[in-house]
Ligand binder design. Sequence first.
Ligand SMILES: Cc1cc2nc3c(=O)[nH]c(=O)nc-3n(C[C@H](O)[C@H](O)[C@H](O)COP(=O)(O)O)c2cc1C
Length: 325
Amino acid sequence: MPIATRLTQRLGVEHPILLAPMDLVADGRLAAAVSRAGGFGLIGGGYGDEAWLAREMDAAGVARVGVGFITWSLARQPRLLDLVLERRPPAIMLSFGEVGSHARKIKQAGALLICQVQTLAQARDATQNGADILVAQGAEAGGHGVSRGTMALVPAVVDVAKDIPVVAAGGIGDGRGLAAALMLGADGVLVGTRFYATQEAAGHADAKNRIVSASGDDTIRGILFDLARRNVWPAPYTGRVLRNAFSERWRGRETELLQHQQAEADRYAQARTSGDFDVAAVIAGEAVDMIGDIPPAQAVVERLVSQAASLLAGASNRYRLLDQS
Ligand SMILES: Cc1cc2nc3c(=O)[nH]c(=O)nc-3n(C[C@H](O)[C@H](O)[C@H](O)COP(=O)(O)O)c2cc1C
C-alpha cells in the first residue's frame, strides 16, 4: 500500500524513499533502480569526477534521478554543477557546507533543492536559502556527518522547517525506521547503508558481504580513513565506517599515523583498488544491524514501504490508550 506524503507530492514519486547520494556507490544504475521502484534515486556526485558523473547520468537513462554533491568540495569546482544542471535533473541535493550561491543557480534551473543538514543552524540556513526539502541526518548514518542522533534531530528540524517537507536519515534500515520517521513528523526517509547492500550498488562484493555480517556495534566514527586517503574534511565532520584491522591498529594514534602518512596512504590506496577491506574502510552506518541479505534495490523499497504501512495500519492494535477519566 503506497504511503503518500508532502514529499511524494513534491518530488512526484510513489514512495517517500530517497536513495542517499553515496560517493561511487550510488551510481546511475542504482539510482535508476530506486526511481523505477517508485522512490527517488540520487547519484553520488561525491568529490566531483566529471567523466564519472557524465557517464553515470547517461547510465540512468530515462529514469528520473537527481544528483547529490558534497557542498564544500563543489566550491572547488562549481563548473560541475553547471554541467549537471544542463541535463535538467528534477532535483539536486547539497550536503556538508553552506548552501550559499549554489541555491540560486539550482532553483533558476528549475530543479528542486534538497539540503542535508546535521544541526538546527544548518536547517535555518537552508530554509533561508530556499531549500525545497530538508534531510535531517543523524550521526547513526554511514559516511560523514556530525554528532546529533536522528531521534531528537528530526522533530527539531521539522519544527524549524514548518511548511518544508523533512526527510529523516541515519540508521534507517527497514520499515520500522520509516514508520518511526513519519511519527517524528518527517515526510519520508533517505537511506544509504541499506541500499549499499543491494545487487545494483557499485560497491565491491566483499564490502557488501561485510555489511551483511556486521553489527552496529562494529561501526565507529572518526577521521582515520580520511587521513589514510588524504581527504581530510573541514570540522566538524567525521565519518562512520565499519571497524577493521586498519582502524584497530591506528585508532587513538592519529598523530602517529600522520607521521607515516605517505607509506600508509599508498598502502590504503592499493587496498581500495584491490578490495582489501582489512585496510580500506567500508563506509556504513548503524543500520547494518538490520541488513541480512543483498537483494535488488526494488525489493528494499518494497519491504520498507510494506512493513511501514502494516505497522502504521496496525498501530492501534499494538497499544492500549487507557481512558482514566
Ligand atoms: C557508502 C556511503 C557513502 C556516502 N557518501 C556520501 C556522499 O558522497 N555525499 C553525501 O551527501 N552523503 C553521503 N553519505 C551519507 C548519506 O547521504 C546519508 O546521510 C546516510 O547514508 C544515511 O544514513 P544510513 O547510511 O544509515 O542510511 C554516504 C553514506 C554511505 C553509507
